[in-house]
Design a protein around this ligand. Structure first.
Ligand code: ATP
Ligand code: MG
Length: 445
């Protein structure tokens, strides 16, 4: 069990947390949600002790171990892959190192002998003899094949490193597992693997994620950060979203009687738990939903950006056609002989074990790179827009948001129009005068 006691934190004038008391217990999986900049990452850092709050404290049950998915992809560069995973259990790792140092001593004394035998005892108790094989099993589950286990971290590519760091967090069955946006850099196969891992995991999990499907699959609770506080709701993300929307709607329809509203909410819960019973997590989630009382359901004041695509003119039948499109990069084939005809109204998801291959394909289609062979052609009337994976290069300017966005507006350059557009994405009046290069990651996106 891990709990916060009266946590408050303020950066300058901005109060991120004001007297937050929250408990995370048992086999539950908590999804931390909140707008970009609400303080999700900061809250996880407070839990893990990386940041001290202005007041209040974090209590973790004595003897319980916490593990965190590290975001710093370079920290372990000089260590072998297998060691990096075992380091996730820092106590076990330090015992291993201490033992090694003692055995390597030339003037091994009786005192050293006693010390070593103590360490061996502790080591065995922690199941140390299985550490290497456990770590190897985890890595293989994450498709880090055995020939990579003895390589140094710096010799791995970014996507492999992320998976090793994930194995590090999961290693040794921690009592509390903390993950900040774990699915961001993972391919779809690894996300599925992680979902199954978390569904079978017997201890407490706390996750920040913007991935709705992932949250729905694994979470038993939603913790919403808003107005400097954190509110806990039973159920998964969709349950929180739909029920709080319904509650908000009910509040605005004051002509309905209280009894009618209760009935509506009760029916909503019944419908939802019927659907939830079909999922893999059925038993525990169903139990949760059956226990929910209607008083727990509260309206949410969360605002969502309005993303509306208006076509400047209706598209013709010719959208896009690829003919034997191929690309080689540094002697390696990224994709080969792609034939594709895109029909009007199609929405196409591209999947690959190698996300670089997809990025390369998109870069070819928007003209940032040349294909090695083959052709592609957009229809005459088609205009396209591209949201890249890496957006760093767009923000190397100290323009205000208004000036920055104006350069992408074809016809309307008027400030009122641009402000209106920013408003739809929840950038308020003051914020549209902010410099673009100080925006947080989520807001840049
Ligand atoms: N060291 C700091 N000094 C001042 N302000 C900070 C500091 N660290 C974070 N902030 C601010 O605190 C707020 C919360 O940041 P945090 O990274 O926790 O947000 P988040 O909810 O994780 O957002 P996102 O969804 O974009 O990841 C932001 O407005 C951020 O600019
Ligand atoms: Mg964050």
């Amino acid at each position: 069990m891990i709990a916060t006691e009266g946590i408050s934190l303020q950066y300058g004038k901005r109060v991120l947390f004001d007297n937050v008391n929250i408990k995370f217990t048992g086999r539950n999986c908590y999804g931390i949600i909140g707008a970009n900049g609400a303080g999700k990452t900061t809250f996880l850092k407070i839990l893990s002790g990386e940041i001290s709050p202005n007041s209040g404290r974090v209590n973790i049950e004595p003897g319980k171990r916490m593990a965190i998915l590290k975001q710093d992809h370079f920290e372990y560069d000089e260590f072998p892959v297998l060691d990096t995973v075992i380091m996730g259990h820092s106590k076990l790792w330090s015992i291993m190192k201490e033992k090694e140092a003692l055995y390597a001593k030339e003037d091994f004394s009786e005192e050293d002998g006693n010390k070593v035998s103590d360490l061996e005892g502790e080591f065995a108790e922690m199941d140390g003899w299985n550490a290497e094989s456990d770590a190897a099993v985890l890595l293989s589950g994450l498709h880090i094949e055995e020939d990579l286990h003895s390589k140094l971290m710096k010799d791995l590519n970014g996507h492999q490193k992320v998976r090793v760091l994930l194995a590090q967090a999961l290693f040794g069955n921690p009592d509390v597992l903390i993950l900040d946006e774990p699915t961001n850099d993972l391919d779809i196969h690894t996300i599925t693997w992680l979902e199954n891992y978390l569904l079978d995991f017997k201890n407490t999990v706390i996750i920040v994620s913007h991935d709705r499907h992932f949250l729905d699959t694994v979470c038993t609770y939603v913790a919403d950060i808003d107005f400097s506080s954190i509110k806990l709701f039973r159920g998964n993300y969709t349950f929180w979203y739909e029920s709080s929307k319904l509650a908000l709607h009910q509040r605005s329809t004051s002509n309905k009687k209280a009894e009618e509203k209760k009935k509506e909410l009760r029916e909503f819960i019944a419908r939802f738990s019927a659907n939830a019973s079909k999922s893999r997590q059925a038993t525990s989630r169903r139990k949760l939903l059956d226990k929910i009382s209607i008083d727990e359901i509260q309206p949410s004041s969360r605002k969502y950006p309005a993303i509306i695509f208006n076509q400047s003119r209706p598209a013709g039948d010719q959208i896009l056609e690829l003919k034997s499109l191929s690309k080689e990069q540094n002697g390696k084939s990224m994709f080969k002989n792609i034939d594709l005809f895109v029909n009007k109204g199609d929405k196409i998801a591209f999947l690959s074990k190698d996300s670089l291959a997809i990025t390369t394909l998109f870069q070819v289609l928007v003209g940032e790179q040349e294909a090695s062979s083959g052709t592609f052609k957009f229809g005459q009337t088609i205009t396209n827009a591209y949201l890249p994976n890496e957006n760093e290069s767009y923000f190397k300017t100290d323009d205000t948001l208004i000036d920055w966005l104006r350069q992408y507006s074809d016809k309307e350059k008027d400030e009122v129009y641009i402000r209106g557009f920013l408003g739809k994405m929840l950038f308020s009046g003051q914020e549209s005068l902010k410099q673009t290069n100080v925006l947080s990651g989520g807001r840049r996106f």
